[in-house]
Design a protein around this ligand. Structure first.
Ligand code: AGV
Ligand code: CA
Length: 322
């Protein structure tokens, strides 16, 4: 049976500028039922200047007039610079530079303070979609506890429950996922609040790697700016398996697709804890009596890939097999 249409939502998006975050932004601009109220950039898996610039160019390309802000709060465990420079590359893509940027001055407030204003001024509670660390949100909850009631759901890409993590460092046991590892205390702060959390851990995102088949499907739709940008962002991710030993996955875009097609994943309520110190810092684990988190536990990968293509390259032809 076909799913019901997705429910309309007000959304504030907090991302950290990696290619997959930008693909997520592109998806959000296509979702007619999403009222995008603001986009915050966390300076984690990116260089903040280029990440803000590319964010604004994507909003401009898609005709969206949405306020943006860039964060200044640091994380405890910085991302590798080799990954952070991807925003610089994305910002230089031809499809985003067809005209001089028609972009006004930067927001005077840093993203954590701006997020607090967006939450305070929303006429009804919003969904906070976070595809990077939870630093800005944690700051809001810590400094303005009254804002809790302005949040109907936090949708977060992070964690690794019953699979290995993706932090591969000599000083770590490998059990953490990077968005949590960058700022484990932020996840702790959000878990200590009462806001409903829906989490997309590596358990599901491992199932949706970026593949050559996916890149080729975008190739078949070549010629439309949004589809071309999506295909180019995917192309930026190639080589990850060769350099890190782990595939680049549709971590953030799978998480974002939940707002449009919640049936792509199945969910379970898991009682969770987060480790904030030592060789397992950034690990999210099951713990009886821990914080209830709605976790994605299985994913229909084929349906997700179709969703990406239907949303971002609707004119693409299906593979001929020849
Ligand atoms: O851990 C996944 C998160 C997602 O939000 N990010 C990338 C996605 O935006 C960090 C990350 C893990 N492995 C990476 C990452 C890699 N090989 N390259 C870049 N970022
Ligand atoms: Ca991210």
């Amino acid at each position: 049976m076909a799913d019901l249409p997705p429910r309309p939502r007000r959304v504030v998006f907090d991302h950290d500028g990696a290619p997959d975050d930008l693909l997520s932004l592109l998806l959000l601009t296509r979702y007619g039922h999403v009222d995008l109220r603001g986009v915050a950039v966390t300076p984690a898996d990116c260089l903040p200047g280029p990440a803000l610039s590319v964010t604004r160019k994507i909003l401009d390309l898609t005709g969206r007039d949405v306020p943006t802000a860039v964060g200044t709060l640091p994380g405890r465990n910085p991302f590798p610079l080799e990954w952070r420079i991807d925003a610089l590359r994305a910002d230089a893509l031809p499809v985003l530079n067809r005209k001089d940027p028609d972009i006004g001055p930067a927001d005077a407030l840093p993203a954590h303070e701006r997020l607090a204003v967006w939450l305070a001024r929303t006429p009804a509670p919003v969904t906070v979609l976070a595809t990077g660390p939870l630093t800005n949100l944690a700051w809001c909850l810590e400094h303005h506890p009254g804002l809790e009631s302005r949040i109907e759901e936090v949708v977060f890409m992070g964690g690794a429950l019953d699979v290995a993590g993706n932090v591969l460092r000599p000083d770590h046991d490998g059990s953490a996922e990077w968005n949590v590892f960058w700022d484990p205390d932020a996840v702790r702060r959000v878990f200590d609040s009462a806001v409903p959390v829906t989490m997309f851990p590596l358990d599901v995102t491992d199932r949706v790697p970026v593949t050559m088949d996916l890149a080729r499907a975008f190739g078949r739709a070549y010629g439309d700016p949004v589809g071309d940008l999506a295909g180019s962002l995917l192309a930026l991710t190639f080589g990850t398996l060769e350099t890190t030993g782990l595939a680049y996955c549709c971590w953030d875009s799978l998480t974002t697709s939940y707002l449009a097609e919640p049936g792509i994943c199945a969910f379970e309520t898991v009682h969770c804890d987060v480790i904030t110190r030592g060789v397992s810092q950034g690990r999210v684990l099951r713990r009886a009596g821990g914080r209830a988190v709605r976790c994605a536990v299985t994913v229909d990968a084929g349906r997700f890939y179709r969703h990406l293509l239907d949303t971002l390259a609707p004119d693409g032809r299906p593979p001929t097999g020849r």
